[in-house]
Design a protein around this ligand. Structure first.
Ligand SMILES: [Zn+2]
Length: 438
């Protein structure tokens, strides 16, 4: 507002100055040009000049607009196509997610017309074919996308998974390699490729892949690198346990003391060599990293020839490493039951129940009632409680939810790589796949 007032005042002053200056000129003067002579007043001359300038400017703008018209129309048309195409694509995607294949296909046709250069319709088309069980057709659509900048990675990954489903590991490897080449920093591609190389027992390439220094730090963290190296060692040992060398088994345990199968390999190897005290040390390291009931099984194996008192002491020193942990209470209870030390067993179970009333704890109380007092009525009462209590932690796949009796590198249902974790099963869907456990 203030600016406008100031401008207005300035304009009045300027007009005053111009008017005063014009008075100094003769009232009429002549302009010569192109053989003509025009007599006029200075005010008319200036006004006419301004009008001519304005007219020229408007004409020029109009000409530019007319020249740009076809281009602008093309841009507007393209934008409209993109908006409509994206809209149809979204509808098609939602319909596919809801299982309405007919609706999805109908909108996909529209999308294909509107988004001709875009790879997304072809990807969606492949997805629809997969849903219909037309894998071969889906593969054709995906193959056409392999060299596309945006769709290539997804196409190569899906093709690799399809080949793997058919148990064609060689082809799966070719596509996984392609996916990795398309984006060498994509963590999922690295892991799928690594998984396939392990399945093929191509140890050298698998090792080379996970130890490419440029991949780590920025794209995969140090913890993942350790975990992948531990899995590498695990796969090698598992493949050839009888000949597995001591250094490799030791390295595997050091890399991931919480990878329980590596602890089992190592303890078994040490016991075979008669190194019982080293086996206990390894057990301690693992217990410190991640207390687990299967480590209690290992302790029972290690101490099977020991007198009850010594086994009890071994359990105590192990439990002290993670004092107050639910698994430590259960460790003491199980060894006490094994030693028929009922008082210690009952006491440890009561401490465990204070932390969390899990089903397996009530089952152990029932075991004591049966073994100590042969009180079958009490046993039944505790078993009933176990039935209604909080569920136990289990090995389960965080990708598909399947339960397994022990840790496996690959889920037997969905083939998920390193997707098996120990713990209470979360409701599926709340959390999508989270790679690598702590
Ligand atoms: Zn699974």
């Amino acid at each position: 507002m203030i600016r406008r007032v100031v401008l207005f005042i300035l304009l009045i002053i300027l007009t005053g100055i111009v008017a005063e200056k014009l008075q100094e000129f003769p009232p009429i003067f002549a302009i010569d040009g192109f053989g003509y002579q025009l007599e006029t007043t200075p005010a008319v001359a200036i006004g006419g000049g301004l009008l001519l300038f304005l007219g020229g400017f408007l004409l020029l703008t109009l000409i530019i607009k007319i020249i740009d018209l076809p281009h602008n129309l093309r841009v507007a048309n393209r934008e409209k196509k993109l908006i409509n195409g994206t809209q149809a694509l979204s509808i098609s995607l939602f319909a596919l997610a809801n299982g309405d294949l007919e609706k999805s296909e109908k909108h996909l046709k529209q999308t294909e017309k509107l988004l001709q250069e875009n790879p997304l319709p072809a990807l969606l088309k492949a997805q629809i074919c997969l849903r219909k069980g037309q894998d071969a057709k889906a593969e054709l659509h995906l193959q056409s996308l392999l060299d596309d900048k945006i769709g290539g990675l997804l196409a190569a990954t899906t093709l690799s998974n399809l080949a793997r489903k058919r148990k064609d590991l060689n082809l799966a490897l070719v596509y996984a390699q392609k996916a990795h080449e398309l984006d060498i920093h994509d963590a999922n591609s690295i892991i799928s490729l690594f998984d396939l190389l392990l399945l093929q027992k191509n140890w050298a390439k698998a090792d080379e892949l996970i130890n490419q220094f440029h991949l780590f730090g920025k794209y995969l963290d140090a913890k993942t690198k350790k975990r992948l190296n531990a899995i590498y060692a695990y796969s090698q040992i598992k493949h050839n346990f009888s000949d597995a060398d001591f250094a490799l088994t030791s390295k595997a345990h050091k890399l991931a003391p919480n990878l329980i199968e590596n602890t089992k390999f190592y303890v078994e190897m040490l016991l075979h060599l008669g190194k019982k005290s080293s086996a206990i040390k390894i057990l301690q390291k693992s217990w410190k990293a991640a207390p687990h009931p299967e480590l209690v099984d290992l302790l029972i194996i290690i101490g099977k020839d020991e007198p009850a008192e010594k086994l009890g002491k071994m359990a105590e020193s192990l439990a002290n490493l993670r004092a107050g942990h639910l698994e430590s209470h259960l460790l003491l209870a199980r060894i006490a039951i094994h030693n028929r030390a009922w008082k210690i067993a009952r006491n440890s179970l009561s401490l465990a129940l204070d932390l969390e009333a899990q089903s397996r704890i009530y089952s152990l109380v029932a075991d004591i009632e049966r073994a100590e007092k042969q009180d079958f009525q009490e046993t039944a009462r505790w078993l009933e409680k176990a039935n209604q209590a909080i569920v136990n932690p289990v090995w389960h796949c965080q990708k598909c939810g399947h339960n397994l009796p022990k840790w496996e590198l690959r889920c037997s249902v969905c083939d998920g790589f390193d997707s098996i974790i120990w713990g209470k099963q979360e409701k599926m869907g709340a959390n999508s796949r989270q790679y690598l456990l702590a």
